[in-house]
Design a protein around this ligand. Structure first.
Ligand code: DAK
Length: 283
């Protein structure tokens, strides 16, 4: 079974999944709590991203299976139009022990790293509140698009917490350390236009429909490129984020050289010379 078929067979309570033209939309659906990340949501997101991570992009020909690029992009969003994800679930945290907190955080961290290392691009389509853990999971995606009603913030200090799903580390990478400190120390919410101005959001769209359309168009545009090259570019960009520049350039060099082992590079360059559209085999 391909990744697309296996995803279609999943039965989940807190996520709605839609797969069209190889683009998978994952919408968090907890209307009673503005889509807050209860442990069940984290568990179900782990189920979906775990499956994608295991299957996508692997050359499976040797096993007698087809190459699995059946999903070429993922959109993460929330249902209902009022919230993307209003954070970790505050009511669950009220009664959490230190041990529970460690498990909750480490499962979330692992999930976020699966998103960051998935071989296909992931767009966060933020359609309302993206607070705390909501802002943090959006930042683990490759690109954040927002509708005009979106609100971002890391309000954890109001609860006696700090951003604990990667917010202290990732927010400064998006917006620089001054904006990150100011947002985290005050917990203030910012609107979509301010988030775009400081570099958190790549694009602001007028409403939820335009947001979904823009995310889809971007992923389809990426899906028309070489899947091998897109996944290697994602890997090189992530490596460079975490490393000093010279080591980042080393990682980029490795990924660049790997392109020359791929059939995609042969096809892309040959199609250019032959003045036709490439048919990338994805290996
Ligand atoms: N958790 C649980 N329920 C939530 C929620 C949340 N984060 N946000 C909203 N709700 C629930 C509300 O309690 C309310 O439920 P009922 O009272 O009707 O039963 C319902 O959703 C509708 O919310 P409101 O009535 O409050 O709606 P408003 O329009 O008045 O306000 C709001 C919307 C988004 C401004 C407000 O709901 C709000 O401030 N929500 C909380 C936002 C927040 O503070 N988010 C950050 C959560 S802290 C960890 C690592 C990381 C984290 C935790 C642990 N470890 C290392 C263990 C992360 C922490 C966070 O994300």
């Amino acid at each position: 079974m391909s990744a697309a078929e296996r995803v279609a067979a999943l039965r989940l309570e807190t996520l709605e999944l839609h797969l069209t033209d190889s683009i998978l939309t994952i919408a968090v659906h907890r209307p009673e709590a503005l889509n807050a990340l209860a442990p069940q949501v984290i568990a179900e997101l782990r189920e979906v991203f775990g499956l994608l991570r295991e299957r996508l992009g692997r050359p499976l020909v040797a096993d007698g299976e087809d190459l699995d690029w059946s999903i070429r992009g993922v959109i993460l969003t929330g249902t209902g139009g009022k919230a993307f994800i209003a954070g970790a679930d505050i009511k669950t945290m009220q009664t959490m022990t230190v041990d529970d907190a460690r498990v909750y955080a480490s499962e979330a961290h692992e999930l976020f790293s699966w998103i960051e290392t998935l071989p296909v691009p992931v767009v966060a389509a933020v359609n309302g509140y993206a607070l705390g853990g909501g802002c943090e999971i959006a930042m683990a995606c490759d690109v954040i698009y927002a509708s005009e009603n979106a609100k971002f913030g890391q309000p954890e200090v109001a609860l006696g917490l700090i951003p604990g799903f990667g917010g202290c580390a990732r927010l400064q990478q998006y917006v620089g350390i001054a904006h990150a400190r100011e947002l985290i120390f005050t917990g203030r919410h910012i609107d979509a236009l301010e988030a775009e101005r400081i570099g958190l959001v790549a694009r602001v769209l007028p409403d939820t429909g335009a947001l979904a359309e823009a995310a889809r168009t971007t992923l389809l545009q990426s899906a028309a490129q070489s899947p091998v090259a897109v996944s290697l570019a994602k890997r090189a960009i992530r490596a460079a984020q975490a490393l000093p520049t010279d080591q980042g350039i080393e990682a980029e060099l490795e990924a660049f050289v790997e392109c020359f082992e791929s059939d995609d590079l042969r096809e892309g360059t040959t199609a250019f010379v032959e003045k036709r559209k490439p048919q990338f085999p994805g290996r």
